[in-house]
Structures are given as C-alpha cells and as structure tokens.
Ligand binder design. Structure first.
Ligand SMILES: Nc1nc2c(c(=O)[nH]1)N[C@H]1C(S)=C(S)[C@@H](COP(=O)(O)OP(=O)(O)OC[C@H]3O[C@@H](n4cnc5c(=O)[nH]c(N)nc54)[C@H](O)[C@@H]3O)O[C@H]1N2
Ligand SMILES: Nc1nc2c(c(=O)[nH]1)N[C@H]1C(S)=C(S)[C@@H](COP(=O)(O)OP(=O)(O)OC[C@H]3O[C@@H](n4cnc5c(=O)[nH]c(N)nc54)[C@H](O)[C@@H]3O)O[C@H]1N2
Ligand SMILES: [Mo]
Length: 702
C-alpha cells in the first residue's frame, strides 16, 4: 500500500505527512489513480489525525494541480516587482545564479542572506542541503524568529525546554484553559481531545480578545485586551495565594523562586489586573476559583497555550507567567494536568548532522532577524551592520506578505541592486520581486521527515506522484547550485532518502517510520510529576538565573505593549491579525475554493466602534496608522470586543483591495524575549473608504 505504482490504471494509497506550520502535523493518505493524486485524506491509523483533516489540507490536490502552479524556471524580464518573467532552462538559471552568488561570495559571503520559514516544516526540504550550502559559503545566518521565538524562550526559561503535557491527555482533564489559541481553527486535532473532555464534564475557558470559533464553544470566554495576559496571570496568582489554593509541597520541592514570585503576584489584586486587561475583576476571581478548585479537589487542570498571545511586546514574560501556573497548584502531578505550548523539544532531531554547522569552519557570520527584514534590506553597509544585503535566496516563505511593516519589506525587495532568487509553488507577492523564480515540488512530490509541535509523533512523507512539470525539490536545487559553485563536500551528494534517515539517526526506528508513516516518541505520561524539569536547577524556574545574568529581570512580570491604546491617541484601536480559518498564514490564499470561503479581506469591528465612525456592515474601510493603510471590508461583529479590531490574515497583497494586506500596519518592534515579532501589538484608526475592488484592480495589475 505504500509504494507508488508505475502500473497504468493502478490505484494506490501513499502515506505522507502534512507539511504545514500547524501543531497538528497530520498523517496523510493520498489516493493516486493513473499517476494522479485524486484524494488526500487523514490517515485513520494515526491516533491524533484520526482519519480527519482540516478543510484546507483536504484541498491539497486542488492546490497541487492549481492552474497557476509554477512548472518551469523563470527569469525576470520586466522591472523589479512587476512579476513579468520568461521561461528559461534549469541549466541556464542555475548557472547564472551560481555565477552571481559566487561573485558576491568572493567579496563577502555575508552579503548573501537566505530567507526561509515554515512553508514546509519538513526537516529535509526545510533545513538540510540548504543549510549545508549556506554554512559552507559562510553567508549571513537568518534568525528564524517570526513565529514562536518569544514563547519558545519563555518556555525554555521556565520549564527548561519546549516541552509539556502530552496532547492526548487533555481528553481526561477536568478544567481546560485555552489561552491565546483558536483551536477549532488552528489546532483542530487538539480540539477533538478538548471536546471529549467537555463531553465528560470538563469546564472549558477561552482567554482571547476575539470571540473566536473556539471561544464560542467554551463555557466561558475572557475577552481581555491584547498583550495583557501577563497581568491576568498575576491577578490569578494573587487569588490563588490569598485563598491558599496552592500545592505547598510541590512548590517546595520542585520550584525555584517562589518567595519572590509570590511577593510580585501579591501586588496584583484582581482590581489592578482587571483594569489593565479591560475586564471585570469578578472574571479573574471566578477563574481563580475554577483553577484553585482543581488544586483543592485533586482534579486535573490543563492549559493549552498557543502562540497567539506572544505576538506582543511582553509575549515572553506572559508565557513565563502562564507556564508557571501549573506548579502553583501541583497540576503536573496528574498526566491530564499542566500546560502545553509546544512539544517540539521532545524530538531527537540530529540538527548537526542535517545542517552541518561544522562547514562554517570557525567563521561566525552575522545573524539577520527575519522580522526586521524590512529595515535590514534598506540598510547600507557599515561597521556595526556589516555589508549591505546584495543577494537574497528565499524558500519556504513569503516575506513580502507575512513580515511586518510590509511597505518597507516591499521597498527593500524592489531594490534594483538586490539579486533575488525565490523557490516557490506559486507566484506569490514575494515571487513577483524575484530575478529568478524556481519551481519547487509540493509535499505530494518529494520525500521528507517531520517533527510536530502539538503532539509527540514523528512522521515520514513519501512522494505520491512524480513532480509536475519541471518542479524540483528544494534539496535538488541547492545540490545543483553547490555543484556549480564548486562546493564538493560529499555531504552535498546525500539523497533525500538518506537525509530522511539522518534526521533522527538511531533515535527513531526508521523502518517503523517507513512502514507506518509515524512513530510515537517514548515519553513519560506525566513528565514533571516529580520535578525533573530540564532547567539548570531541575526545577520549574519562576526565577531565571540565566535571564538575570543577561541583565534582565529574573522574575517574570507584566510587560505592557509597545503601543497601548488610549482615547487621546490618534490611533485609538488595538488591532490583532489572527489567522483566517481557511488559510495557513499566506498559504492557500490563492486556492479558489478556500478563497471563496473566506470571501474578502475583512476587519471585524465591534458595533460601538463602528457606530462611532459611521461605518455600516459591509462598508469598505481604510485601516491606517503611521506605517501605512490597508483597505478591506468591515464586518460589524460581536467577535470583536470594543476597542479591538480583528484584521484576519494573511491575504496576498495583490489579492487585496488596494494592493496591501494587514502587515502594512504592523511594526518591526521586537518582543521582550527571543527577538520575536509583535504583530498583535499594533494601534490603528479606521475610516470609511471609497476604494472599491474593481477600480483598484485596474491600478494594481496582477
Ligand atoms: N487555519 C489555520 N491554522 C493555523 C494557522 C493559520 O494561519 N491558519 N497558523 C499556524 C501557525 S503559523 C501557528 S504558529 C500555529 C499557532 O497559531 P496561532 O496564530 O497561535 O493561532 P491561533 O490558535 O489562531 O491563535 C491565535 C489566537 O490568539 C488570539 N490572540 C491574539 N492576541 C492575543 C493576546 O494578546 N492574548 C490572547 N490571550 N490571545 C490573543 C487570537 O484572537 C487568536 O484567536 O497555528 C497554526 N495553525
Ligand atoms: N499579521 C500577521 N502576520 C503574520 C502572522 C499573523 O498571525 N499575523 N503569523 C506569523 C506566523 S505565526 C508565521 S509562522 C509566519 C509564516 O510565514 P511563512 O512561513 O512565510 O508562511 P506562508 O505564508 O505560509 O508561506 C510559505 C510559502 O512557502 C511555500 N512553500 C511551501 N512548501 C514549499 C516547498 O516545499 N518548497 C518551497 N520552495 N516553497 C514551499 C508556499 O507556497 C508559501 O508561499 O507569518 C507570520 N505573519
Ligand atoms: Mo507560526
């Protein structure tokens, strides 16, 4: 059943893995008929996938055979950014790219920047030959921070790693706090476990500024202001302490810094916290009663955090505070208690074998933060910065659409003296700026191996069909470039199957992966029941010596947003831009059936905020701040709380009403920890606009 068949008229089913940046990492079953993938479904034999997929990924054949799929290498013929290309042969494209990169590298390889993220999460198509290639050249390194950096750092500083509860045990919890996560839309297979717990009598509480699809299905919804989660967590701690709803034995044995954290939390009365959060103090008291009751009755209380809450200035500290909560009540004693943000740290990925940092041979190239690509592309060379960026090689990412402050990003990509190579499936906003646009294979066409961050199974992806047109895997493209640039290390010759084996080395049974498509990692059911946190102290670190040694506050605190809403401001509304259900970041936006489900770029606005601006439902509005403006359709909706507008993301700019998307408004400022982005820390104003789609289409082409 696993082998692609070359027999004509044959029907086969191939085991694969969903490549997308989502906690669920589903096991896929692709039905291939006459060499054509006719159906992609969830593998019923994989416990977390349980035979079901989200709507997006069930449309994978539509995406793969999309009429606009890139099938041949293309070379720019029009002005930068015009998106005008002509087909060229692979040989011509690769030879010219190799020559251009070689001449830049001969002067200073750091003038070359790779830019990639999670278009595929595959360890092979993501970070193998490409990483070796850039390491060998000694190019600038990319600080890959655009998603999870603040939360990841918060978790590492508190629990010691990106580790937490096993997701399946949420089904047995009696209280689940869903914190900064629209699970129904972005973590569907976790929601299945939460729904099971709910049927078995658990209480579900959603903490989210937006009344999301998930908030609707929970018993309670706490609609706090964006970026105030740290204050809420401190207010909650205050109440747990005041009522003695604690587990003193757990605190004593397995935590570090409790006295100091306690003193800080006692400064956060529910009234003070509620004022910061824009909610009623009673909501904090009730939350504490529910959480504390679990401590008291010995019932498991679980927290599902997701990355939604850490895309603000204080995101790292907020994650530190929330990750501390289970230790206060000893929730970790039970396998259905504790917190899960990510379990990616549990995977034994052999990064050094895959990426070969030894190829740097002692060089220490600079790092460029992917979040500030807008500024950095526009920087001149200088002693502090190093050389100006002269060449960009983009793969697995669409920075012109997804990076903040996109006017600057687009301006940088439009530089005539920048040489840009883009590896893509489609002509995205970023691809429009390429000098060479190279067609990449999709998950149905290549090998890969996947870790997950929302469960603890490793997955294998086999190719189900032969590559369409002249599309090639990322690995092939970097191998060919290496050969043309005279990089002769044997590691560039490793095949994709060999790389799949190297990804986990002996730590995962590769034969089992080949046979079943997934392997469950060995892990304790209740990993921190007896402490054993992977921190330096082995304890849950409320106080972090490591942060203190960096001159930071060793103790977590509420860190206010960079942009705090107040009525006197020219931009009185806070804007968040969470994912639209049928898109995955900017992927799938061009898939017709999914685009039709989402309709148009939307701004959800509360009835009071709309009325104050004479905005009617369905009006075209201009959302603006000092960084730019974005036109979209207003949707007056109770999903938005007063004072907060929700600009659902992430549309392609060229499919928007005025050639921009929501990232025209977001800022390049960074988080407190981890140098992450602050997409949801963004003030705007909204007014009615006369721009309509038809007029605009004429102006913006594409
Ligand atoms: N359908 C779909 N699924 C996805 C994605 C997608 O684009 N579409 N994206 C994927 C990616 S890249 C990731 S990183 C993961 C995780 O993806 P996340 O982007 O974390 O996805 P959500 O679970 O939607 O979490 C965002 C939620 O956080 C809320 N939120 C915004 N600001 C705050 C805040 O300050 N505090 C709190 N408490 N909540 C806030 C938003 O309203 C939203 O409901 O999911 C992935 N899954
Ligand atoms: N305003 C706002 N901005 C956001 C977010 C938000 O919530 N709000 N979310 C942020 C988050 S959490 C993230 S993770 C980032 C995501 O940012 P990106 O990782 O850039 O994600 P995508 O937009 O999905 O773009 C991935 C691209 O990779 C391509 N691709 C997929 N597979 C392959 C492959 O095998 N080979 C090659 N060469 N290309 C491939 C896809 O076609 C797609 O165009 O966006 C961030 N931007
Ligand atoms: Mo992400």
């Amino acid at each position: 059943m696993n082998q692609p068949s070359s027999h004509p008229l044959a029907l086969s089913q191939i085991l694969g893995a969903c490549p997308h940046d989502c906690p669920d990492t589903c096991s896929l079953l692709t039905t291939v008929q006459d060499g054509v993938a006719v159906k992609v479904q969830g593998n019923p034999a994989h416990p977390h996938t349980a035979g079901s997929l989200c709507t997006k990924v069930s449309r994978y054949p539509e995406r793969t055979y999309h009429p606009e799929r890139l099938l041949h290498p293309l070379k720019r013929v029009g002005p930068k950014g015009s998106g005008q290309f002509k087909p060229v042969s692979w040989d011509a494209a690769l030879s010219d790219i190799a020559a251009r990169l070689s001449s830049i590298a001969a002067r200073d390889p750091q003038a070359i920047l790779p830019y990639s993220y999670a278009g595929t999460m595959g360890l092979v198509q993501g970070e193998s030959i490409a990483a070796r290639f850039f390491n060998k050249l000694g190019t600038s390194q990319l600080e890959r921070t655009i998603c999870a950096a603040a939360g990841g750092e918060g978790l590492v500083q508190t629990l010691g790693g990106k580790v937490g509860m096993r997701v399946e045990f949420f089904a047995e919890s009696k209280l689940i706090l869903i914190w900064g996560s629209n699970s129904v839309s972005s973590n569907l297979h976790f929601w299945r476990y939460a729904a099971q717990a709910k049927r078995d009598g658990a209480k579900l509480i959603c903490i989210d500024p937006r009344k999301s699809e998930t908030a609707e299905k929970c018993h309670e919804h706490i609609a706090l202001l964006p970026g105030t989660d740290g204050a809420l967590a401190l207010g909650l701690m205050h109440e747990l302490i005041q009522h003695d709803w604690l587990d003193p034995d757990y605190l004593d044995r397995y935590t570090l810094g409790w006295d100091a954290l306690q003193a800080r939390a006692l400064q956060w009365s529910p009234e003070r916290a509620a004022a910061v959060c824009g909610i009623a103090p009673e909501q904090i008291r009730a939350l504490a009663r529910d959480y504390g009751a679990c401590a008291h009755n010995g019932q498991p209380a679980a927290i599902r955090m997701n990355y939604g809450l850490q895309r603000v200035h204080g995101g790292g500290n907020a994650v530190r505070l929330i990750a501390s909560l289970p230790a206060l009540i000893g929730a970790w004693r039970h396998r259905a208690g504790g917190v899960l943000l990510s379990n990616s740290g549990a995977f034994p990925v052999q990064r050094a074998a895959l990426q070969r940092p030894d190829l740097l041979a002692g060089r220490k190239p600079r790092s460029i933060n992917m979040v500030t690509i807008g500024n950095d592309l526009l920087r001149a060379g200088s002693p502090e910065f190093g050389p100006a960026i002269e060449a960009l090689v983009v793969y697995n990412s669409n920075p012109v659409a997804v990076a903040p402050e996109s006017a600057k990003v687009a301006q940088g990509f439009a530089r005539d003296d920048l040489f840009t190579v883009v590896l893509e499936h489609f002509q995205t906003d970023t691809a429009d700026y390429a000098d060479y646009l190279l067609p990449a294979t999709t998950q149905l066409e290549h090998w890969d191996v996947h870790s997950a961050y929302g469960h603890t199974d490793a997955l294998l992806n086999r190719p189900a069909i032969t590559p369409l047109g002249e599309a090639k895997p990322n690995t092939w493209i970097f191998r060919e470039l290496a050969a043309r640039m005279g990089l002769t290390d044997p590691c560039f010759a490793d095949s994709d199957e060999a790389l799949c084996r190297q990804a986990y080395g002996d730590a995962v049974d590769f034969d089992a992966l080949l046979q079943h498509g997934f392997v469950t990692l060995p892990m304790l059911d209740a990993p921190f029941a007896l402490g054993n946190f992977p921190t330096p102290s082995g304890k849950c670190e409320f106080f972090s010596e490591r942060l203190a040694a960096q001159g930071l506050d060793g103790l977590p605190d509420h860190v206010p947003n960079h942009e705090v809403a107040h009525s006197a401001s020219a931009y009185p509304l806070a804007m968040i831009s969470p994912p639209a259900r049928n898109f995955l970041n900017s992927s799938f936006v061009n898939v017709k059936s999914l685009q039709a489900s989402e309709g148009e770029p939307l701004l959800e606005i509360h009835p009071l905020d709309a009325a104050a601006r004479q905005i009617a439902d369905g009006d075209t509005v201009c959302v603006f701040n000092d960084r730019g403006d974005y036109h979209c359709r207003a949707h007056i909706s109770a999903r938005a709380r007063a004072g907060v507008v929700n600009g659902l993301g992430v549309w392609w700019r060229k499919l928007g009403l005025n050639g921009t998307n929501v990232n025209q408004l977001t800022s390049q400022r960074l988080t407190d920890l981890g140098h992450g982005p602050t997409f949801y820390d963004c003030l705007v104003e909204v007014k009615k606009s006369e721009i309509c789609r038809q007029v605009d289409r004429g102006n913006h082409g594409n």
